[in-house]
Design a protein around this ligand. Sequence first.
Ligand SMILES: [Fe+2]
Length: 545
Amino acid sequence: MPAQPKNLELARELASRMEAVFGSCACVLQFSKAGWLNSSQNELSECSLAAIAPALNMFDTRSEHPFVWRNSGKLVVAINTCLDALEPVVVGVVIPDQKETLVCSLISAHLEALQCREAEAAGTLQSEFFIDQVTQDFEELTWLRTANEYFDLCGSKHTIESIARKCFPDLASVIRAESILFVRSVEDCKSEEGQPDWTRVIATGIGNNVIESCPRFLADAIPHLACGPRVQNCKNNEAHLVNYPGIRNCVTLAVAKGQHVYGWILAVNRVPSSNASPLMKTEMNAPNPNQFGTIEVGLLSAAANIMSSHARNLELFKAQESLLTGVVRAIINAVDAKDPYTCGHSDRVAQYAKSIAERMGLSVEECECIYMAGLLHDVGKIGVPDSILGKPGPLTNEEYAIVKKHPEIGYAILKHLKQLDSVLPGVLHHHEAVNGKGYPSGLVGEAIPLHGRILAVADAYDAMTSDRPYRPGMPSEKAESILRAESGKTWDSDIVGVLLECLANDEIQPHSSDVPPKSELGEIDPNPNSLMRRIANSINSLVVE
Ligand SMILES: [Fe+2]
């Protein structure tokens, strides 16, 4: 049954009030294309269209005042209840001859009271609407503020999928979507068996039936979509879009930067707010609460922008990582080419130093930094003549003075690479001694940077156990004995103790005469134990994000 127009309801209530006072006397008349129609619910009323038709011919429907007409001892009063001159609704009252001023005053007072009540009700509905609107605005602002925090997640350790998992639940709540999905490509939506690979589909929300249909919907829609958002709403409250059970309305948009598409977002089924009054939504000409509109599309676009920016940053980060890995690889190759006898020394020192750092409980990032410092600690030997580095016998004082410059040369080479700032203290101070007799600065005890003290112990152990042009490598036991003897003099006693613990627990393997093959310095190997993969991992922790 269709809802009654408000002005008709008002007229009927006024008629009812008049009949409560005067008995069965009132009728409600509507004007339409066919002329006046009797809309009274009480067919037994003494008043009828025929009874007041002559009066209506003289009635000015634009008047706010009651129209009075006397006929055959009866008082006929008509009043327009909606003040619409084109489609008036009139309440007519026919009663035995009475004082017209009293009757008119009574009708006017009741009509005014009814209209005041309507206005008050409308005000309440309007307040509810604005409260709902303000609440919605607040939720949107809160989400946008939170969205800033998602940028903090945009480090290299987070994938575009992890951003989606973090971002979508709150977003679904704010735009009141039953589900939000993200896929990288059409292929992720369909396996060969026609079923989606759910490990590659990020889905947030409720309603299994809805989600079941979504990947197929995306697979069908993506090839035909432009990068801009596409909104599809069932206009007449149909149960679902044709061929996609459960989907009543949806927004599809690309996660893209320029022409590069990183994936697709699908938001499904707007859920009406529990606070919203459907009547007021209609009267306030508000957007349909069952459909997605401009605001929801705007918030989804903001999420897509965050995700695409992160995806682009990841690409740039990987390019930067690859470049830096190449630079480090070139440097290590250059050092090894200068001093083939110590080939593999830097790799072993890096590994020993990292094991020591791990046993000391340093953070993962610091352990990776020490590993990188170990790889690069002797880079300054590039500046030492080959004749000195390769000399088979003892060095002269002058030659030794030249060799002692290699920490400072290494520092000077690396200081221009901002991403390697954190390895500089280790490179510069790996030949300091805790008794102050080391070089280049002669620092004492804990004045020597921790990385320098760790590298000094790792460097000394590998130097003693490795072959040199002028002597073969000594057994691990003898090297350990020398370290103990010089503990607290040349080397930090705590760190020597940690190295010995690492050896006792097989966390450090004494060096054999087998030299690592040069091919290990080739392209980045996905094997996590390969040298280049370890370099890449270390760079990953060093690059400022
Ligand atoms: Fe060195």
